[in-house]
Design a protein around this ligand. Structure first.
Ligand SMILES: C[S@@+](CC[C@H](N)C(=O)[O-])C[C@H]1O[C@@H](n2cnc3c(N)ncnc32)[C@H](O)[C@@H]1O
Length: 218
């Protein structure tokens, strides 16, 4: 296990702050290291899942100001440090945070166990691009900043369409914008024509002026 740092985040609307574990030697926010890279790469260097991304902040903000989630089961794709799942659990959900990156699952488990009583967050290895199904009984699908590789973007679109066919609500946010067009095209190819991205402010943390968008269905 790498050295772990714990950040305390005060999210608008949340009663208590959220403690979030991340790899200590990278940066608190993904944008901090992205801004230091010479160019923004669309490949995944392998540590994307060990830091917090702006879209997770927007997703946390939306979950926090939305209805309570008692009795609901959320499932997060590509959870990374798992902020959205931790907030969903704070809001009463039974949260399942998934990723392919073992370090992400470790970090999320640690964050959940920092609270007393521990938050109801379980972790699962789940590859969005695999044939494995999202477990039955999930009624809220969460995803933040997972639209950054072409194949992954298409697979996420398939997961979103599958979820909606099962009457599962979907909350998907994105800050990178590079693959939103491809995502919406894939959704269209799958028969969903009423979706678009709505851009929102992220003004409660120093994010280098980043904005993030939420997927909306008309
Ligand atoms: C840019 S990070 C976003 C992390 C987190 N959702 C956030 O917003 O802070 C993308 C995440 O997707 C995960 N990921 C990449 N490919 C995946 C796949 N095929 N299935 C599931 N997760 C994947 C990475 O490990 C990483 O945690």
């Amino acid at each position: 296990m790498v050295a772990v740092a714990v950040d305390t985040l005060s999210i608008p609307g949340v009663r208590s702050s959220v403690r979030l574990c991340r790899a200590a030697d990278i940066a608190p926010l993904a944008v901090d290291f992205l801004h230091r890279l010479p160019t923004r790469s669309s490949s995944d260097p392998g540590f994307y899942g060990a830091v917090l991304w702006p879209a997770a902040l927007l997703l946390a903000q939306i979950l926090n100001t939305g209805p309570a989630l008692q009795g609901r089961t959320s499932f997060e794709l590509g959870a990374g440090t798992g902020l959205a799942s931790l907030v969903a659990a704070h809001r009463g959900a039974r949260a399942i945070a998934s990723d392919v990156y073992p370090l992400s699952l470790e970090l999320i488990g640690r964050s959940a166990s920092l609270e007393r009583p521990p938050l109801d967050v379980t972790t699962a290895h789940f590859d969005v691009m695999s044939a494995e199904e999202v477990p039955r009984g999930v009624d809220l699908l969460l995803a933040a900043d997972v639209l950054y590789l072409t194949d992954l973007t298409r697979a996420v679109a398939r997961r979103v369409v599958e979820a909606r066919r099962r009457d599962c609500a979907v909350l998907l946010t994105d800050s990178r914008k590079t693959h939103q067009k491809a995502f919406l095209e894939e959704m269209k190819a799958l028969g969903v024509r009423n979706a678009y991205f709505d851009e929102r402010e992220l003004d409660w943390l120093p994010t280098h002026g980043e904005r993030a968008s939420v997927l909306v269905f008309e």
